[in-house]
Design a binder for this molecule. Sequence first.
Ligand code: HEM
Length: 459
Amino acid sequence: MTVESVRPRAPQQQQTSPLREPPLAGGGVPLLGHGWRLARDPLAFMTRLRDHGDVVRLRLGPKTVYAVTTPALTGALALSPDYKIDGPLWESLEGLLGKEGVATANGPRHRRQRRTIQPAFRLDAIPAYGPIMEEEAHALTTRWQPGRTVDCTSESFRVAVRIAARCLLRGEYMDERAERLCLALATVFRGMYQRMVIPLGPLYRLPLPANREFNRALADLHLLVDEIVAERRASGQKPDDLLTALLEAKDENGEPIGEQEIHDQVVAILTPGSETVASTIMWLLQVLAEHPEHADRIRDEVESVTGGRPVAFADVRKLTHTNNVVVEAMRLRPAVWILTRRAVTDTELGGYRIPAGADIIYSPYAIQRDPRSYADNLEFDPDRWLPERVKDVPKYAMSPFSVGNRKCPSDHFSMAQLTLITAAVATKYRFEQVPGSNDATRVGITLRPHKLLLTPVPR
Ligand code: HEM
C-alpha cells in the first residue's frame, strides 16, 4: 500500500496522475544541472537536500536522478524488491572489478552467492577469527613507536587488508600478499573514484604516468587474486573458510561455478572489505586524538575488564563504551557515504512516482547527521548509544551497513575488529596530530581523512 493510496486525492488528479512528481531540488544550473554542486561539495549538497523534500529530483547533465532524504524512505528503498543494485556507481565498479561478484550481481545469482558467503560472516563464525584479529591489533601497538609519526592511511589499510585476507582467505602466503594487496587497492580506489566523478573515457587510456600506475595496480590486484586461488588449489587443502566455500560453490543447476565468478567473488569481498574498514580505522584514530577524554574512558574500561592484561577478542562484548565510540565515529563519518539503486519497475516512494529505470541515490552521511533525527547532531557523543537514549534514534537513521538483501554481510566481523583495534591502541597510547597532518574529510569511494599523521605518546 502506498502513502497515496490511503490519502484522499482530488478526483481529477486520481484519474490522470495517481502519484506526485518529486519536487526538483533548487540550485541547478543550465546544462550541468546539479552535477557541479554534487562534484564540488557532495557532502554539503546531499546534506541540504532534505530541505527540498522527502524525495527530490536532481538533474545531472541531461539525466534525472532521484534522491531520498528521510530515514524511513531510505529503509523503504533498501527493503523494497522494486529496486536493484545498478546505476553509474556500480557500472564503473563492474567495469574495473568484474561483473560476477556478489556486490554487483542481482536476482537469483545474488541470492545464491549470498548463501555461499554468509556462513563465513555469521555471528557464531566470528570467534574463530579472534586470534588473528588480536594478533593484528596488538601488532599495530608494537610497530608504532613512541614519538615516531604514524601515517594512518597506510597503517589502517594495512591492518584492514591483513585481517580480511588472513581471516577469510587463510594461508601462509597471505602475510606477504596482504602487503601487495594493500598497495594495489589503495591505488585502484583512488583511480576508480576519479574515473567515476570525472568520466573522461578515452583519456584514461592515454599512456600517462597516473594511468599507467592505475593500470599496473589493477592488473596486480587481479593477478594476486589468481595467485591466491591457484595456490589454494595446488595445496590440495580445504580449510573451513570463505575461499573453500567459494571454490566449492555450485550454480543454480548444481554445476561448479565458473573461474570468472570465483575470481570476481574474491575481488568483490576483498575490495569493499578493506577500503571501508581502513577508512573507519582512520576516523577512529582521529577521534582518539581529538577526544582524549573518550580515549581515557576507553583505557579505563579496558583495564577494568582485563585487569591489565592485553585486551582479547573475548573482551569485546564487554567493552560498551569502546563500542559506542566506534558507532558514533561511524555515525559522523560513515565510510559508505552514498548508495545507489535503480528502479526495476514503475513504482513509488513516499507517495512519489518513480519510473522504471530511474536511478536513486541516498546518503548515509546526510541521514546520520540530520538534526531531525539527532539532538546536537554534530556533537561527538558516544553516550547517545546508551540503552536509555538509543530509543530516541528514528528507525533507519543509523544504518552504516545498510538493511535488506544488500546489507553488508560483514557487520559483526567489522564491529569486532574495529572495537578490538580501538581498545588495543587506546590502552597503550594517547595520540597527537603532528604538523603536516590534515584531518579534513576527503571524499572518495569512501570518506576518510586527507592525510592523518599522528604521534603515539605512551600512557
Ligand atoms: C555491502 C558497509 C565492511 C563486504 C555493504 C553495504 C554497506 C557496507 C553500506 C551495502 C551497500 C548497498 O546497500 O548498496 C560496510 C562498512 C564496513 C564494511 C561500513 C566497515 C566499516 C565490509 C567487510 C567486508 C564487506 C570487512 C568483507 C570482508 C561487503 C560485501 C557487500 C557489502 C561483499 C555486498 C553485499 C551484497 O550486495 O549482497 N557494505 N562494509 N564489507 N559489504 Fe560491507
